[in-house]
Design a protein around this ligand. Structure first.
Ligand code: DC
Length: 219
């Protein structure tokens, strides 16, 4: 069974998806981490971001492996560095690159092959797993999402202001929505869940209930 969780940054996807997977005993796939890993590889190689061919080549040559908790780039644990503000800001180059998307989409399908998976991203329901048994579209208001991202970054020692985070979020939302391939769109058969005012526990409980209902329908 495949459960997709798509939605904008800061809606609480990662935490909810990870915990839901654990509760159900499913594999967890953080597809944003893949785009981040390619971005980190580019940063380290001081790539010319305007050179889309070079980034595609780099992505093709990079070994990206994910476990439920960690992300590895060419065998190195990059779980932490891929979350920096700099990587977050630069991920659009990887996300906008069709060859990179193709490569990562292939890796995502491989990861899910013959497994029960909870996968989270932007395009999981629409492009990568259109036949997924349960599709969730997780949202939250702009302010709630920015506040969450801000607290997360500060807790990791990043010197950012809430205003900066909100401004970058607005830009990233626009880019994510306008991206022709792999853009953020709600699939027709997705269920929208707004996480404003809900604790992480409450969100997970809501999703687990939907998953159980799908499973009992034979999904
Ligand atoms: O979910 P996240 O913030 O870790 O995602 C990082 C970036 O990657 C985000 O700007 C959008 C992009 N992304 C994407 O284009 N497709 C996905 N399936 C997941 C993320």
């Amino acid at each position: 069974m495949i459960i997709t969780i798509d939605g904008p940054a800061g809606a609480g996807k990662s935490l909810a998806a990870r915990r839901l997977a654990k509760q159900l005993g499913f594999r967890f796939l953080d597809t944003g981490a893949m785009y981040r890993a390619v971005t980190l590889a580019g940063l380290r190689q001081q790539i010319d971001w305007a050179d889309t061919g070079a980034l595609a080549k780099l992505a093709a040559a990079s070994q990206i492996e994910l476990t439920d908790e960690q992300v590895f780039l060419n065998g190195e644990d990059v779980t932490k560095p891929i979350r920096s503000f700099e990587v977050t800001t630069l991920t659009r180059h990887a996300a906008d690159n069709l060859a990179v998307r193709e490569r990562l989409t292939g890796l995502q399908r491989e990861f899910a092959n013959n497994h029960n998976v909870v996968t989270e991203g932007r395009d999981q329901a629409t492009e990568v797993f259109p036949t997924a048994e349960l599709k969730i579209y997780l949202t939250a208001s702009d302010e709630v999402r920015a506040q969450r991202r801000f607290e997360d970054l500060r807790s990791r020692g990043e010197q950012v202001t809430l205003a900066e985070v909100l401004e970058k979020q607005i830009q990233r939302d626009a880019r994510d929505q306008q991206r022709e391939v792999g853009g953020l769109r709600m699939a027709e058969d997705s269920i929208e869940v707004c996480t404003d005012g809900l604790t992480a526990d409450e969100v997970v409980a809501k999703l687990a209930k939907l998953a159980k209902a799908t499973q009992s329908q034979g999904g």
